[in-house]
Write a protein that binds this ligand. Structure first.
Ligand SMILES: Cc1cc2nc3c(=O)[nH]c(=O)nc-3n(C[C@H](O)[C@H](O)[C@H](O)COP(=O)(O)OP(=O)(O)OC[C@H]3O[C@@H](n4cnc5c(N)ncnc54)[C@H](O)[C@@H]3O)c2cc1C
Length: 299
């Protein structure tokens, strides 16, 4: 049996009009199921997604959709933050609703969206349902504490695919980077690819974290379609494709390798669309590059 709780839309901000919004859901402290009260504990692991039932604008029904949480349960318990983009797919449904005026009205009226729970009846406890309970190559659940602290991570994010890495960064900064004292030797490079500057998610916050923890975090924003004249970071796609005279497609990883020449000594993490992730792995294969581990999630 599945259990859901009504979570209030507690924040709805435009990142890029009609394209990307920041959404937050506030969970109540407890939930009543069959006259039994369960306290609601927020233990979501960085890199996991929750399941909500937003409104589908095309189908005019509530739909089940996964969203990766971008904040951290240890810093903001009970508040699920995510970033949602309009997919512009022919059958897009909920993704365009989130960009609509109707969503604004729901937010202003304090309306709720159902979020799936996992209920432990023997303990009287409810937690937010997570898409991934174990770390696998095809998900981005962060490794257990004690395993990631000294790792060198290279995280590649396409658009809203930055969400799992935002959760990692906020968690890592709080758990390890802030403590200093040479205990944590880990490092993360975040390469965040967006079409234009207005689509960079939490750009300023990421710049500030990079300045605060230069020994642990490097932030590389990349603009692929347009950029200001004085744009100081990378321009164009980090992974490029060339069509050979034979019609075969060849993937060129040079822009990425210029940024991280020692990719084969890093743990690679990637999140974005299926085609972007497929091209990337094709390029790694073609060029014989084998990072220490590769994990990715595509939507
Ligand atoms: C684990 C997980 C985490 C996610 N996290 C986020 C997040 O943080 N932010 C976010 O914006 N989205 C996220 N998504 C995607 C999100 O759940 C929705 O799928 C997305 O918002 C589109 O919803 P939609 O209702 O508009 O369209 P959908 O119902 O997804 O798609 C519309 C139509 O397109 C088809 N379709 C779906 N995928 C493809 C494809 N790759 N190629 C061709 N056709 C396709 C579907 O069959 C459907 O008919 C996540 C998905 C998963 C599985």
């Amino acid at each position: 049996m599945e259990f859901f709780v009504a979570a209030r839309i507690s924040n709805l901000q435009v990142v890029d009009p009609g394209e990307i919004r920041r959404v937050e859901f506030a969970l109540p402290d407890y939930v009543e199921i069959g006259e039994i009260r369960y306290s609601l504990h927020d233990t979501m692991r960085p890199g996991t997604a929750f399941l909500a039932k937003p409104w589908g604008m095309r189908t005019e029904k509530f739909r089940r959709r996964m969203y990766t949480r971008s904040n951290s349960s240890c810093l903001e318990p009970g508040v699920l933050e995510t970033f949602i983009n309009h997919t512009h797919r022919p059958l897009a449904d909920t993704s365009m609703w989130w960009q609509s005026e109707m969503a604004d009205i729901w937010y202003e009226e304090g309306r709720t969206v159902e979020v799936r729970l996992t209920v432990d009846e023997s303990q009287g406890l409810a937690t937010v349902y997570e898409n991934a309970a174990l770390c696998k190559d095809g998900n981005l659940r962060l490794e257990p504490d004690g395993e990631w602290e000294d790792s060198r991570l290279v995280c590649v994010a396409y658009g809203t695919g930055i969400t799992p890495f935002l959760s990692y960064i906020r968690y890592m900064a709080n758990q390890a980077w802030r403590q200093g004292g040479g205990k944590c030797h880990g490092h993360m490079t975040l390469i965040a690819s967006a079409r234009h500057q207005g689509q960079l998610i939490l750009h300023q916050e990421l710049q500030e974290i990079a300045q605060q923890f230069p020994q642990h975090f490097r932030y590389v924003p990349v603009l692929t379609r347009s950029w200001p004249e004085d744009w100081p970071s990378l321009k164009g796609r980090i992974v490029q494709t060339n069509v050979l005279p034979s019609g075969e497609e060849q993937v060129d990883l040079t822009p990425l390798l210029n940024l991280v020449p020692d990719l084969s000594q890093a743990h690679l993490r990637m999140c974005g669309s299926f085609p972007a992730c497929r091209q990337f792995t094709q390029g790694l294969r073609e060029q014989g590059i084998c990072p220490v581990t590769v994990r990715m999630e595509s939507w």
